[in-house]
Structures are given as C-alpha cells and as structure tokens.
Design a protein around this ligand. Structure first.
Ligand code: HEC
Length: 128
C-alpha cells in the first residue's frame, strides 16, 4: 500500500515536471521559428477560432470545415505589403454579407489585443 502510494507520488511528480518543462521551453511555431508570447497566444486563437475556415498551421488538428476555399495563413503572410496593422484592420472590420457570394468573412469579434496577437502569429508564417 505504501509502495503504491509512493509510486503514485512519483508519477504525479514526473507529470508535474513534464508540464513545467513544456511551459518553460521556448515555444516554436509551426513554421519552426521561435515565437514571442504574444504570437503564441495568437497561434492558440488561430487554432481555436480561425481553423474552422482557414488552414492556420501545417499541423492543424482538423482541416477547415468551410467548403469555400479561403487563403491559408501562410499564403496571407506572404502577400506583399501585409503588416500587423493591415491584418488587424481587416480582422476587426470584416463583416459577413448574407447576400454576397462567395461569402465574405464574418467578424470573429476579437478584442484589439487578440486581433493583434493573431496578426503577429500570421506574420510569423512569412517565409524568410
Ligand atoms: C466562418 C469562416 C471564417 C472564419 C471562422 C475565419 N475566416 Fe478569415 N476568411 C474567411 C473567408 C470566406 C475569407 C475570404 C473572403 C474575405 O476576404 O472576406 C477570409 C479571409 C481572411 C483574410 C484575408 C483577407 C484578405 O485581405 O484577403 C484574413 C487575414 C483572415 N481571413 C483572417 C482570419 C482570422 C485571423 C480568423 C480567426 C480569428 C479568421 N480569418 C476566421 C472565412 C473565415
């Protein structure tokens, strides 16, 4: 019984160490470039909110559900003249028009901070 308790403690300790290490290791984005905390938050938002309609990372969990083809985030990042400001402007201003086809992007209702973070993430996908 005591041995069992000790081994459970050892497992719990090992798990804690693994989780802490994962939190401390510098994050690497899908493109392989080291990332800032803001861009990492942006990647999280992208995977959570944007991946339903866009390819946001090469290793995203599910392909987009939307049948209409949208630009991938890597494609957007590599367009000439793209900046954090231009992306944020689009993300916060876009709105869906029911009568328009192909569909325009609905407003994802992000805060300015979230729109900035996701824009920074997109720009990190730019090929250098
Ligand atoms: C419901 C589907 C949907 C979701 C969710 C979605 N998008 Fe889009 N997005 C689209 C469509 C459709 C287009 C292409 C039409 C357009 O430009 O409005 C697009 C285009 C874009 C563009 C390119 C605009 C341009 O200048 O060509 C950007 C940038 C973008 N999305 C960012 C995002 C971000 C960031 C998120 C998540 C916060 C997101 N999208 C979530 C459907 C979506």
């Amino acid at each position: 019984m005591i041995a069992r308790q000790i081994s459970l403690r050892a497992v719990a300790l090992a798990l804690t160490v693994v989780v802490l290490c994962a939190l401390c290791t510098p994050r690497v984005s899908a493109a392989g470039a080291p990332t800032t905390p803001e861009a990492a938050r942006g990647e999280h938002i992208a995977r959570l909110v944007c991946s339903a309609c866009h390819v946001v990372a090469v290793d995203q969990e599910y392909p987009p559900l939307l049948k209409q083809v949208t630009p991938s985030f890597a494609e957007i990042a590599n367009r000439p003249g793209v900046s954090v400001e231009s992306l944020r402007r689009f993300i916060t201003a876009t709105h869906w028009d029911v009568d328009k086809l192909p569909m325009s992007m609905p407003n994802p209702m992000l805060t300015t901070e979230q729109a900035n973070a996701v824009s920074r993430y997109i720009l990190r996908l730019r090929a250098h």
